[in-house]
Design a protein around this ligand. Structure first.
Ligand code: ADP
Length: 532
């Protein structure tokens, strides 16, 4: 085989491979597609050029026209590529695409007509193609496209920054090396010195452009060591397989080697795609997890702001409410003078509502404390039974309004132990409040306090709405409420028991509930260690 052809095929192989590589690295990108098309057309162009100087005289004109047939789209696509890069989406709208495609097809068809090269004249050692009437127009299209492309590239290089500037620099180095060497070897040398040595290799001078631009594109999009290493390996294997075809002797051997090449080609492409996909996915995951991390940080901040807001608002609301409640008590006790029965009724209603509000605010405060991780404990030695009696006394009016009787049973001589009286008070209030709230009118609540092993056990039993087995798991969670409770008291928030569980566990104790089922009452148990 002719050594020129071997050189051309090898370079074409590199050009085509770069094109395929770029295309596969981002098949959605318009500029990557354009680049691939330029590479493909350059390969055809170089082959047409080779044949135009290698065939017998009668075929020369055909191949010269074929040469120009490919040179035209090369130039136009080059211009469009530069216009597009680095944008992924085509910068052309539909109308512009139509105009450019028509120009591309028109120029290619023109190239094959006698108006560009009309005929050949044979001189002593040379074949001279004679230009036709439209040669200047054709030349204008080709040179116009390439010069505007280069000019665009320079402008974009100047306007670009950072990463993009590096890309454009690489691109410009490739472009100027390619086109200037093409002009020097295929135009100046020919016209000035009648030296046609390099004509055959004209399109090969596109190699620097292809490598420069290819590298610039890949560098930006996905330049991963693993991917590039895989691709390089595939490239080398394919190059060897290809070389084997070239040096094959005889048809059967050539066919076999073509088959081997084909196999490696398909295998290589699928390997490349899978590696690319994997890396792409990993990069996407990484980007996603970065996004998630920032979103999370934002959410955490928001959450903290919310907790702070709730805590602040609750404090501000609680103070005036406590004053209101204080005066209501004074009014009801008659300290402010006697009040008519109707007035009393109204004040009782106000009192219940104020209590509900206070409970709600306390719940919110508890929640915000838990969320902010800011429950502060002040442990002290105390008598829980005495504390419980106080709480029950406070509850009497409310229970009385519902005709619920409260029974307190306590084993004698319960030991004093360490606990936080304020928090445990809230625990007891929550349990008692629920027991009264979820009891029917005229119900009964029994509170027992006893010593069980090294713990103090408090149980609060009611004959109220009860709890389904499957709901028991959720009532100690944040906002966890049963359907029955929602019906009985739509205002509850499901925070009380969440707080209870937290406080009891922080005391080293445990809390649980037993219930036979809906309508069968429930018993809440709290066990606190005595030796802590
Ligand atoms: P809230 O009472 O505001 O809903 P809690 O956290 O105190 O919030 O209670 C959570 C849920 O546990 C209640 O909504 C209810 O479903 C259930 N629960 C609590 N105490 C009782 C009880 N004594 N009887 C039946 N269900 C109860």
């Amino acid at each position: 085989m002719d050594s020129n052809l071997i050189l051309i095929l090898v370079v074409d192989f590199v050009i085509l491979f770069t094109g395929v590589l770029v295309y596969f690295h981002n098949r959605r990108s318009a500029s990557n597609l354009l680049f691939f098309l330029i590479c493909l057309i350059t390969v055809f162009w170089s082959l047409a050029r080779y044949f135009s100087v290698s065939v017998i005289a009668s075929q020369i004109l055909f191949w010269i026209r074929a040469d120009l047939f490919f040179a035209a789209p090369h130039a136009i696509l080059f211009y469009l590529f530069i216009k597009d890069f680095p944008s992924e989406k085509s910068v052309l709208d539909r109308r512009e695409k139509l105009i450019w495609s028509s120009l591309l097809v028109g120029a290619s068809v023109l190239a094959t007509s006698p108006y560009v090269f009309s005929r050949l004249e044979f001189e002593a050692t040379q074949v001279v193609p004679i230009p036709g009437a439209l040669m200047p127009l054709f030349g204008l299209i080709i040179f116009g496209a390439i010069l505007s492309g280069v000019w665009q590239a320079i402008k974009k290089y100047r306007a670009s920054q950072n990463q993009e500037k590096i890309q454009w620099r690489l691109m410009l180095i490739g472009i100027t090396t390619s086109y200037s060497s093409l002009v020097v070897t295929n135009l100046l040398l020919v016209i000035l010195f009648k030296n046609t040595t390099f004509i055959t290799f004209g399109p090969l001078f596109m190699l620097p452009m292809v490598i420069g631009a290819g590298y610039a594109i890949l560098r930006h999009q996905l330049f991963n060591v693993k991917v590039i290493a895989t691709e390089a390996l595939i490239f080398i294997i394919l190059a060897i397989a290809f070389f084997e075809i070239i040096i094959a002797r005889g048809a059967p051997e050539t066919l076999l080697k073509i088959a081997i090449f084909g196999f490696f080609f398909i295998f290589g492409i699928s390997l490349m795609r899978s590696v690319l996909k994997e890396v792409e996915q990993r990069e996407q995951m990484e980007a996603l997890s970065r996004e998630l991390a920032t979103a999370n940080a934002g959410l955490r901040k928001l959450d903290q702001a919310k907790s702070e807001f709730i805590s602040l608002a609750s404090h501000q609301l609680r103070a005036p409410l406590t004053i209101i409640k204080g005066y209501i008590s004074l009014l009801l006790e008659g300290t402010m003078g006697t009040i008519a029965d109707k007035g009393r009724e109204a004040i009782s209603i106000i009192s219940t509502s104020a209590e509900q509000l206070i409970k709600l605010i306390n719940d919110l405060l508890d929640l915000s404390r838990i969320e902010a991780g800011k429950i502060k404990y002040e442990f002290g030695r105390g008598d829980f039974a005495a504390l419980m009696r106080n709480i029950i006394n406070e509850f009497m009016p409310r229970a009385g309004a519902k005709n619920v009787s409260i029974i307190f049973e306590s084993s004698p001589n319960l030991p004093e132990f360490y606990f936080d009286p304020d928090k445990i008070r809230e625990v007891a209030i929550n349990l008692l409040d629920n027991a009264v709230k979820y009891s029917p009118d005229g119900g009964q609540v029994t509170i027992r306090m006893e010593n069980v092993g090294r713990t103090l056990r408090i149980s609060v039993r009611d004959r109220g709405i009860g709890i389904k087995k499957e709901d028991i798991g959720k009532i100690f969670t944040k906002f966890g409420r049963t359907e029955e409770a929602q019906r009985a008291d739509p205002n509850g928030m499901g925070i009380g028991l969440y707080f209870v569980k937290r406080v009891v566990e922080d005391h080293g104790g445990k809390v649980w509930v037993e219930s036979e089922g809906v309508g069968k009452g429930s018993t809440f148990f709290v066990e606190l260690p005595l030796n802590k």
